[in-house]
Ligand binder design. Structure first.
Ligand code: ZN
Ligand code: ZN
Length: 434
């Protein structure tokens, strides 16, 4: 079944396409469990290297991801593609104090050696050439095993960061008067690049709570943007919000409700990513690899197949919990966990009823002034429809839901957590009920 859509996938695909009607298209199929040969490709969509502010060489980073079970990796440096000639001075780079300077070069040299590693002395200063993606990718890429995706973190004013995936050329930050306009301009630039080239690509909004730059209302209003980071492994990005800012689960539900019920702007999928900057032997653990990733169900490991599956919502995001399957069959939202011994799981079905109270009020500071923050909404937005303990759960759709998504919370401590006390979790993608 490796290269064929199984029966379940055939059910899943048409149902999961953006805003597809609640058609009962699969109702003639008996409920069934996932084909045990279903392929989930593991990938990280947000990675930095010495090409921008990451602390290691791209080859060392790529080797880490490949050896740790990933099938694909988007290299997404800030405002640069890994192409052209680039020399760095390891002794003087910004990470030199935290073990990312000359020690990193020595490790690179030890692992990849001469003549691969190119260095020179200019006025007694060591310089090392950074390999462009197209030069080093052959060391790692293998059909159906591992691939790299050429991406860019478009890093713009107002702390707006947008990852553009599978680009063919550099996209400069587009600017804008406001946060919303800046996101929209960059999203438009990615779509323009796609239309110009015919290449499959997509933008995703990064870490909305970084500097609390983006509100759910901002994200809700962006046309043509269907992905955001519900989890980012960098410890500076406030995934869980603070006293004035909602956590990213609630952020997602508010965004979805506004987009689907009030703005007609379509789906918003939630990604988990590393945003890794610090790698092996770094003393800085702010942004280590291996904290959050996506698992994508696609027939082939190519950028096109992976991106199309992402756009169809045929993926889940996770910080460690593995799913055997999630699907909609016979009006049931089904989640099945690939369980680990000794670990317990809670499966929450979350959504907003079609008939809901959308009134909201602003968040005020101690002086009564309105803060720039996601507004406060009723508990109907992103309510719990059902919660089950176990390794398999189903939710019977009533037709009264605007959308339903699931979050799976395990009791297993995350080995490399974003925040102290984190346990491994996973998020499935929303299913829109029409
Ligand atoms: Zn960023
Ligand atoms: Zn980043």
């Amino acid at each position: 079944m490796k290269f064929g859509l199984n029966k379940l996938s055939l059910c899943f695909f048409p149902l999961s396409v953006l805003l597809i009607a609640f058609t009962f298209a699969c109702k003639n199929h008996q409920p069934e469990t996932a084909d045990s040969n279903t392929i989930w490709w593991k990938g990280n969509l947000h990675t930095h290297s010495l090409w921008s502010d990451g602390d290691h060489f791209p080859e060392v980073i790529t080797r880490w991801y490949k050896e740790n079970g990933y099938h694909f990796l988007s290299v997404s440096d800030h405002n640069i593609l890994q192409q052209g000639e680039m020399w760095i001075q390891p002794e003087y780079n910004r990470h030199a104090q935290s073990g990312g300077g000359i020690a990193v070069f020595e490790q690179y040299m030890e692992e990849f050696g001469k003549p691969w590693v190119e260095s020179r002395l200019i006025n007694d200063t060591l310089e090392v050439r950074l390999k462009p993606l197209n030069e080093y990718r052959h060391l790692f890429e293998e059909p159906e095993k591992f691939m790299l995706i050429n991406s860019e973190e478009i890093t713009d004013m107002h702390v707006v960061h947008v990852n553009a995936h599978n680009v063919l050329h550099f996209i400069p930050p587009q600017g804008g008067e406001t946060v919303r306009e800046t996101i929209q301009n960059n999203v438009n630039a990615v779509h323009h690049h796609h239309h110009e080239t015919g290449q499959e690509m997509f933008p995703h909004l990064n870490h909305p709570n970084f500097h609390f730059a983006v509100t759910a209302e901002d994200l809700a209003h962006i046309e043509g943007l269907h992905f955001f980071e519900v989890y980012n492994g960098h410890r500076g990005v406030y995934n869980y919000g603070d006293e004035n800012h909602v956590d990213l689960d609630r952020f997602w539900d508010i965004t979805l409700t506004l987009r689907l019920a009030h703005l007609d702007l379509g789906m918003m999928f939630g990604l988990a990513v590393d945003d890794s900057h610090h790698y092996e032997n770094s003393m800085d653990h702010t942004a280590l690899p291996g904290r959050g990733w996506v698992m994508v169900r696609a027939d082939f490991l190519t950028p096109e197949y992976i991106i199309r599956a992402l756009k169809a919502g045929d993926f889940y995001s996770t910080t460690g919990v593995k799913l055997r399957d999630f699907s909609i069959i016979d009006n049931e939202y089904i989640v099945e966990i690939e369980d680990e011994p000794g670990v317990e799981y809670t499966i929450q079905f979350i959504g907003t009823p079609k008939n809901h109270d959308i009134s909201s009020r602003p968040v005020l500071d101690q002086f009564g002034n309105e803060l720039r923050a996601t507004r406060t909404y009723s508990e109907e937005i992103g309510m719990f429809f059902k919660e089950i303990s176990g390794t398999r759960a189903t939710y019977q759709l009533t037709g009264d839901e605007l959308y339903v998504r699931a979050k799976i919370i395990s009791t297993k401590a995350h080995p490399n957590p974003f925040a102290e006390g984190d346990t491994e979790v996973a998020w499935t993608q929303p299913f829109v009920v029409e």
